[in-house]
Design a protein around this ligand. Structure first.
Ligand code: ADP
Length: 473
């Protein structure tokens, strides 16, 4: 087994006194502990204004893993992270052409930071290391490393959707982006639909073809491109949920609900999550099914995110306004239909709240995977499971066949599904839940990590024509 080098925008450096990292970080650091590893990325901090460029990454060792982090200048962060990554790639890859903002300054910053990462990482790499790069912030990294002479096996995993060609080609530098992907040996997407979108792009742009064994030749390089749906730590999450009755926050919430049914939504405040449409669907449901008034409560837990991007501030106002309108219209002296909470909740409490809920509303307009959907399923009581109402546009919909699938743009349809979920008989709830639970137990986050690494390690070493994939200058 070769040493594993993981590169991601943020690095979960273990710090005493902070809560343990989430499932993904646990799986990746577990793989690194087993074979030795280096995890490289941005520190989360910015450099003082006159500091110049960082010359080396700051290293921390923990349990056989080296964590190497780099501070970025304010300007690099604005252009690479807030700019090109979060105002261009994020909206576009979530099918939101209307929210994109492309500037050549941001694009230059994106390449500048990828080049900086390559320059600081290259000296730490040995020829046998397998390199696994994560997510849309770092697509050009392999091309940069190859230009610097690295011939290692390199894999890339995209955590967000890969859009169809008509959307991708809105990106002025789409050709460079796909050329950069071809510098990897393995490219992982979340679902077969993403692979299909990639295949259509390659065919339409006439830059390669799919081989009979499923791999692709793109710009003359052979790349394995496959779906590896991200999972969660299913059994651990189920165990935490089963033990959550003791959690004080869960107990207080249950007491405050009385015998009302709980409907739950848990998402970062992001326009991809469809929170406004979901709240409107709940409003329509209360209008169309008045017998449920006073008998259910919808709890939407939504920590704010990316406050530096203007679209997020506008959405925050819209969602808060909608929540106020519903509560103003439908509340009684002893009943508030919607509890809208802008805070994070610890994992134990979250698991307990999922378990207590009769309905989980997971209705993104577009999502690479959506781990909340899987957490909700994992947390259920097998004897009395809740119902997952899931957007057909979440990556998770390709796996969770027991969910009630909904189109979040169809507010009336979603409202009808809420009523159906609340009324669903126990036998149907059990049937639907057990097929989903089996699926996520088998395809958990450990499976995801193992199968991607197997593909990476079994791929032939980078062929000699690797040099044809030049970094973008
Ligand atoms: P995304 O990565 O786009 O935010 P996912 O659904 O894939 O969406 O993952 C979100 C993760 O963040 C889940 O593990 C979920 O439990 C966690 N999370 C979301 N909202 C909260 C919250 N309010 N409190 C605590 N954890 C949260």
């Amino acid at each position: 087994m070769s040493r594993l080098v993981v590169v991601s925008n943020r690095v979960p450096v273990p710090t005493p006194g902070t809560p343990p990292a989430g499932g993904l970080a646990v799986a990746l650091s577990g793989a690194m502990k087993a074979r030795g590893g280096l995890w490289f990325g941005w520190s989360g901090r910015t450099l003082p204004p006159d500091a110049g460029e960082p010359r080396a990454a700051q290293l921390t060792e923990s349990e056989g893993v080296t964590y190497a982090v780099v501070d970025l200048s304010e300007r690099d962060l604005d252009d690479y992270y807030a700019g090109f990554s979060n105002r261009m790639l994020w909206p576009l890859f979530h099918y939101r052409m209307d929210l994109t903002e492309f500037t050549r300054v941001n694009l230059a910053g994106y390449h500048r930071v990828n080049r900086l990462f390559s320059r600081l990482l290259a000296p730490q790499i040995t020829p046998e290391d397998a390199i696994w790069v994560h997510d849309y912030h770092l697509i050009p990294l392999a091309a940069e490393l190859r230009s610097a002479g690295c011939k290692n096996r390199m894999g890339f995993f995209l955590h967000i959707p890969f859009p169809p060609p008509d959307i991708l080609t809105v990106l002025p530098n789409h050709a460079d982006v796909v050329r950069s992907l071809a510098a990897y040996d393995v490219v992982g997407f979340q679902t077969p639909i993403d692979v299909e979108n990639f295949e259509t792009y390659v065919r339409r742009e006439k830059i390669g073809r799919r081989l009979p064994d499923g791999r692709f030749v793109v710009h003359g390089r052979t790349v394995r491109v496959e779906a590896y749906p991200v999972g969660i730590e299913t059994q651990t999450f189920a165990d935490v949920a089963a033990a959550s009755g003791r959690n004080a926050l869960v107990r207080r919430t249950k007491e405050s609900l009385g015998d009302r049914k709980l409907i739950i939504g848990v998402d970062r405040l992001d326009y991809s999550k469809g929170i406004a449409e979901r709240i409107q669907a709940f409003e329509t449901f209360l209008l169309l099914d008045p017998e449920w008034r006073g008998r259910c409560t919808y709890l939407q837990i939504t920590p704010k995110s990316r406050g530096e991007v203007p679209e997020y501030a506008a959405m925050e106002r819209e969602v808060a306004g909608l929540a106020g309108r519903i509560n103003g219209t439908f509340s009684e002296l002893d009943w508030t239909p919607l509890r809208y909470v802008n805070r994070t909740v610890g994992r134990n409490a979250l698991a307990g709240l999922y378990r207590y809920a009769r309905v989980g509303l997971v209705t993104p307009l577009r999502d690479g995977m959506n781990l909340v959907a899987k957490e909700f399923v994992a947390a259920q009581d097998p004897e009395n499971p809740g119902v997952l109402l899931l957007s057909r546009f979440a990556g998770a919909a390709s796996e969770l066949d027991g969910a009630l699938l909904t189109n979040p743009y169809d507010v009336d349809g979603t409202a009808g599904s809420i009523a159906r979920a609340l009324d669903m008989p126990l036998e149907e709830r059990k049937d639907r839940w057990s097929s989903m639970f089996q699926r996520i137990r088998e395809y958990d986050v450990a499976w995801w990590c193992r199968s991607f690494l197997d593909a990476l390690e079994n791929e032939e070493a980078a062929p000699p024509q690797a040099g044809r994939i030049a970094a973008v200058r």
